[in-house]
Design a protein around this ligand. Structure first.
Ligand SMILES: [Zn+2]
Length: 416
């Protein structure tokens, strides 16, 4: 869950508004996870999936840099220089299901598993941010190829003008017609797209889990991050030195919290469909806070440039139960330890060249006694060589660059 932040989540848990998180933490550990800078999603989620830093995995930004420093083509799965957890697990006969992970398009042809890929998190290719879907799909969006047919109905329902539109309004409330407010409408439009994307991927994940639960099942949601970036000023207007109209804080001030409640419900959906003895990990790549405190023209009012810790929850038979750790000593792991931890949970050896070790302290002594941490040889040399970024279709990379400009990552700071 991209950008999930304790200072938002914890009060909701205390108020009984995140019951699934609460129950999960009570039977496991609720801690924080140290991130790394720069906090670009594709970089961090590739570190989480591989256990390596950007120098090794090769995903340095959203896109390759051109000779003049301009953004080139978005990174794609074939540009990754090291195996991801879905490669490592499937090569060693574990069944994998991965939905919408960053930099996973084109879907890699793994032996044991299903991948629903993400082209620059779909989003950046469409109207973008984080998620978003193409109603007709993309070539190589899913592996095995027959999976494409299965996910097509969900993709079509996820289209911008599809049925999710009224669902969105029911959850978040609609805002006045364009022109009635002095308000950059793209903030609402892009947030809607992210909802369509996440909701679609959640549906796909549940449908696929209903067919078969793998040994490793992973799904990415981008909405907490997107909501944080766009709506922080309305949730906490006192943190900003400029005036935010009360009419807007009234209508938009609860969007971040609603997203967190939604994440809690979706977490509940996932917990409901897996066996009770499943180990469940929830994590964010970084936390968030008020940002761009003095400039109301900036599209982003929540950010994570300084690299605040993210949320880390792990529960299940492997875990030493501590509940929610106190704020002062909450950090239990870092993003480099996620891949080793997952390999360990899959009872697979951890390659000796991974920079981080298994975070044994979060597992119970009994578990460790019965499941010794195994070391194994490097898996990098057997991995296919990296090749230049692919583009799903003509113009998709330009659409990506334009959208990066629209959300303020490229070029000027002004949002319109
Ligand atoms: Zn972000």
């Amino acid at each position: 869950m991209d950008g999930l932040e304790w200072s938002v989540l914890e009060p909701l848990i205390d108020a009984g508004r995140a019951p699934n998180f609460q129950k999960l933490i009570e039977r496991g550990v609720g801690g924080s996870i140290q991130t790394a800078v720069p906090t670009f999603s594709p970089v961090l989620w590739s570190t989480i999936a591989t256990g390596f830093g950007p120098r090794e995995h090769g995903i340095l930004n959203f896109a390759e840099m051109g000779p003049g420093g301009q953004l080139g083509k978005p990174y794609t799965s074939n540009t990754r220089q090291v195996p991801a957890i879905w490669n490592m697990a499937s090569e060693q006969d574990r069944r994998v299901l991965s939905t919408a992970w960053w930099v996973s398009w084109p879907a890699e042809k793994i032996q044991n598993g299903r991948i629903v890929a993400s082209y620059a998190a779909q989003a950046q290719g469409r109207i973008l941010w984080k998620s978003g879907v193409w109603a007709d799909g993309l070539p190589d969006l899913a592996h095995p190829p027959s999976l494409m047919e299965e996910i097509l109905p969900a993709l079509q329902d996820g289209a911008p003008e599809g049925p999710l539109r009224s669902e969105f309004n029911g959850i978040f409330g609609s805002i006045p017609q364009e022109g009635a407010w002095d308000f950059p409408w793209q903030r609402d439009r892009l947030f809607r797209m992210a909802y369509h994307g996440d909701r679609t991927h959640h549906r796909i994940m549940l449908e696929q889990l209903a067919q078969e639960i793998g040994d490793l099942n992973m799904v990415y949601y981008g909405l907490p991050d997107v909501a944080g970036h766009y709506f922080w000023r309305y949730r906490e207007p006192s943190a900003f030195s400029y005036f935010t109209p009360p009419e807007q804080t009234k209508r938009l001030g609860n969007r971040i919290d609603i997203v967190y409640e939604l994440m809690d419900r979706w977490l509940g959906d996932l917990i409901d469909v897996v066996p009770p003895e499943t180990n469940i990990m929830v994590l964010s790549d970084h936390g968030m806070h008020a940002f761009n405190l003095a400039n109301p023209r900036q599209i982003q009012s929540g950010g994570h440039e300084a690299g605040p810790d993210g949320v880390f929850v792990l529960a299940g038979p492997a875990v030493q139960v501590t509940g929610l750790l106190p704020k002062e000593s909450r950090r239990v792991t870092n993003i480099f330890q996620v891949a080793p931890a997952l390999l360990h949970l899959l009872e697979l050896p951890v390659p000796e060249d991974l920079p981080a070790l298994v975070p044994e302290h979060i597992f119970s002594p009994e578990w460790i006694q019965n499941h010794a941490v195994q070391k194994g040889p490097s898996l990098r040399s057997e991995f296919r060589p990296a090749t230049p970024p692919r583009v799903p279709g003509e113009g998709y990379d330009q659409e990506f660059i334009d959208s990066m400009r629209a959300i303020g990552y490229v070029g000027g700071d002004e949002e319109e």
